[in-house]
Design a protein around this ligand. Structure first.
Ligand SMILES: NC(=O)c1ccc[n+]([C@@H]2O[C@H](COP(=O)([O-])OP(=O)(O)OC[C@H]3O[C@@H](n4cnc5c(N)ncnc54)[C@H](OP(=O)(O)O)[C@@H]3O)[C@@H](O)[C@H]2O)c1
Length: 303
């Protein structure tokens, strides 16, 4: 995807993938800086670690609490920090690493463009509270969803995200669903300490849900169970179902949702848009989305 984008922009650059042990991340970032790399992308588990390792953080990295893109920068003749490619190599003396997050906006852009759904005012059932689930929950709250229902196997993790949202985005009605009656009182009591306005209840939302968003890893394997109760899905038939998983292209959740007439999309758009934004940050040019999408789909699906 990146090399296709780079070629379409006519840049003489290369994008390489390197396996780095988390213990070696500071050396990898400093090594790339020393070799005058233009930038880096980072994936799990480096996104959180890199927060402490960048010389400066963009607001996106501070707001969403993770770095997935680094741009190396130097000073131009006027003393302003600019991307490395804007200054001749023999005039580069001081370099800094600038950390960004392009993941969070990519979730919203993909839901907007691939499902045609405007999130402001929507009611969302979010499945999963891992790294991607947390980012999605915060970003959807910032987008102004009206109701956010959080469901996760480890219910305390959903509770922690709910507390964070109720503090940062008090306009969003936030609910945590738990699967057994005892858990309701237990979680509600532990959340009370935070003085947060969070509704804890058992089972599944009884109110209207516009979008079901899967951010669990259930669906990566063909024999995985659905990440939610199929009877609820069949009865409630939300208009939109989005699965962050993009391989397989159609998870069991998406297949079931499609058969019910829901509009569906997988996570390939999310992957595309975080990469496109990274290329824009490095190059200062608009990303050639069509070329990048074609290369990505060819790489992931072989067609
Ligand atoms: N399209 C994209 O660009 C993109 C980007 C990032 C992630 N993703 C996808 O999003 C998914 C989550 O990624 P992540 O980075 O958030 O991973 P993560 O931090 O490891 O979180 C995994 C999530 O899945 C849940 N889960 C795992 N196994 C489960 C099971 N057997 N039953 C019920 N729940 C289970 C976990 O619940 P617990 O909290 O209980 O463990 C947690 O909520 C993955 O499928 C990943 O491929 C896609």
């Amino acid at each position: 995807m990146q090399n296709a984008g780079i070629a379409a922009l006519g840049l003489n650059w290369r994008y390489l993938a390197c396996e780095v042990h988390p213990n070696d991340l500071p050396f990898a970032i400093n090594g790339a800086k020393a070799m005058k790399f233009l930038g880096l992308n980072l994936t799990v588990p480096h996104k959180l670690l890199a927060l402490q390792m960048c010389d400066v953080l963009d607001e996106s990295a501070r707001t969403w609490g993770a770095v997935n893109t680094i741009r190396f920068e130097t000073r131009n003749k006027a003393g302003a920090w600019v991307p490395l490619n804007e200054v001749p190599a023999d005039e580069i003396f001081e370099i800094r690493s600038h950390g960004f997050n392009t993941d969070a906006d990519a979730i919203v852009r993909s839901i907007n463009e691939d499902l045609g759904l405007t999130l402001r005012g929507a009611s969302v059932l979010l499945l999963g509270a891992g790294g991607a689930g947390r980012a999605a929950a915060l970003r959807l709250a910032a987008e102004g969803v009206s109701n956010l229902f959080l469901l996760n196997r480890t219910e305390e993790k959903a509770g922690q995200i709910a507390v964070e949202i109720s503090t940062r985005f008090p306009g969003v009605r936030i609910h945590v669903t738990v699967q057994n009656a005892n858990g309701v009182a237990e979680l509600a009591n532990s959340l009370k300490r935070h003085n947060a306005a969070i509704n804890v209840f058992q089972g599944y939302p009884r109110d209207r849900v516009d979008l079901v968003l899967n951010a669990t890893s259930l669906g990566l394997k063909s024999n995985d169970p659905l990440p939610l109760d199929v009877n609820w899905l069949r009865f409630n038939k939300p208009h939109f179902v989005y699965d962050m998983i993009y391989r397989p292209a159609e998870t069991n959740l998406l297949r079931e949702a499609k058969s019910l007439g829901c509009k569906t999309a997988n996570g390939i758009g999310m992957l595309l848009y975080q990469g496109a934004k990274a290329l824009e940050l490095w190059s200062g040019k608009s990303a050639p989305i069509a070329e990048m999408r074609r290369a990505l789909e060819k790489n992931v699906y072989g067609s």
